[in-house]
Design a protein. Structure first.
Length: 432
């Protein structure tokens, strides 16, 4: 590691702690970004196949312009009238079902999810929340309770219960494939009953509709619809976390939950909403918003400022003008075909999953036993980094390669990704 980067790493340890996460065995000292590319301080170029925060591309000129122009005019909180927030929310809610006709804006997905919990618990008068058993929904104490994937608060909370991730690739021990859906639904039923038995009561279920942190799962047909019905029959609210899957990433739909015949009660958003500017929030029915805010006055100093909403509108502009959701469809088909071709070549690739501009490649030590290849996945990620292509891992065992590039990612970029993956798997195969 060159001396300047090593010096910065040591200073980082001394200021924000040695356990603050860093990607890659050789951390990258970044200097700038443009489109789907990142550049380090030495001028080396990296293809970004991971970051969904710069949703429409790193440092998109229209986003930069929106920030600059509004910041040079006015930036103030929402206790004053301003057209930007009303214009943005009208435009945003128009992409949802008619019942999701109001929004509350925050600065982060963590805040949005915590606000959704507060609303659900207020409306139902109960506390219990159901999540998957490999979930992550943010960093505050309240949503830390939901983080069954790795958050310590989830280990002691009584207000959260989980169900096994609905995974058709791995399934459940001893459960035939055609009975998986019923088995997963039974776990949700049991969780609801547990809340009632404990006197906590059931407030709702919060899940990511593409099960992104769980490994971008392929779930049993009909699971989402029947799970939502179970929740509603028990008096709970259906909450979907679209922080990773939203804003056209799935290609054919603006939101991942629109692949299913379910209209949620609350949808939370974050990361790509402001293309790197702090903008997040939730959408819900206006009656629910009014009922909640009448008794629990909600105000966020930096949520929904004129600058934030100018950026949000600019993101929507770029998505439309550059036809990025359509690009997600065509590029997804191209990348998926390439990944399947690699699967046929390398036995370590157990499963290939995709949903628009989001891909999961599950690595296994043995195709029959499906033992997770956690160590090997990490090695592949670092090999890719050294080739100038950035990806990461997800899933309960960190054995799924996570490929989630900015939306301007095109087939010519995919060729670089697929070639680097081929090289990485070839090199690893030769080593063993």
């Amino acid at each position: 590691m060159e001396s300047q980067t090593q010096s910065l790493l040591e200073r980082r340890y001394n200021t924000i702690g040695k356990y603050s996460p860093l990607f890659y065995e050789r951390p990258i000292h970044l200097a700038r970004g443009e489109g789907v590319w990142l550049y380090d301080t030495q001028g080396n170029r990296f293809l970004d196949c991971y970051n969904n925060v710069p949703h429409v591309g790193h440092c998109h000129p229209k986003i930069v312009s929106a920030i600059t122009e509004q910041a040079s005019t006015l930036n103030i909180h929402t206790r004053y009238l301003h057209e930007n927030i009303v214009n943005y929310i009208e435009r945003l809610t128009a992409t949802f079902a008619d019942s999701l006709n109001a929004a509350m804006l925050t600065c982060s997905g963590s805040e949005a999810n915590e606000l959704a919990l507060r609303m659900a618990r207020f409306i139902t008068g109960r506390q219990g929340i159901i999540v998957s058993d490999a979930a992550y929904h943010g960093n505050t104490e309240a949503v830390g309770e939901l983080g069954t994937g790795f958050m310590p608060e989830a280990k002691t909370t009584k207000r959260v219960r989980s169900f096994p991730i609905p995974d058709t690739y791995r399934g459940l021990p001893g459960v035939p494939v055609d009975q998986l859906k019923a088995a997963y639904l039974k776990h949700i039923e049991t969780a609801i009953e547990g809340f009632e038995a404990d006197g906590i009561g059931f407030a709702g279920m919060l899940i990511c509709p593409d099960f992104a942190n769980e490994g971008l799962l392929n779930i049993p047909d009909g699971f989402m619809e029947e799970a939502a019905q179970l929740v509603r029959d028990a008096g709970g609210l259906v909450i979907y976390d679209e922080v990773q899957a939203g804003f056209g990433r799935t290609g054919e739909h603006m939101w991942a939950h629109q692949w299913y015949d379910v209209v949620p009660d609350i949808v939370t958003m974050g990361k790509p909403m402001g293309n790197g500017f702090p903008l997040a929030g939730l959408v819900a029915n206006l009656d629910h918003v009014n009922a909640f805010t009448k008794h629990a006055m909600y105000f966020n100093t930096f949520g929904g400022t004129p600058v934030a909403c100018a950026v949000g509108n600019a993101v929507l502009d770029v998505l439309e003008q550059e036809q990025l959701p359509q690009n997600a469809v065509t590029t997804s088909q191209y990348v998926t075909a390439g990944l399947i071709a690699l699967q046929q070549k390398f036995s370590m690739i157990g499963d290939v999953r995709s949903l628009g501009m989001f891909f999961g490649v599950e690595l296994v030590l043995d195709p029959k036993t499906k033992e997770p290849a956690t160590k090997q996945a990490k090695q592949i990620v670092n090999h890719m980094r050294n080739q100038g292509v950035l990806i990461s891992t997800i899933g309960p065992w960190d054995s799924v390669l996570k490929i989630r590039p900015p939306m301007p990612f095109k087939p010519e970029h995919a060729d670089i990704l697929l070639s680097a993956l081929d090289n990485a798997f070839t090199a690893f195969s030769e080593e063993i």
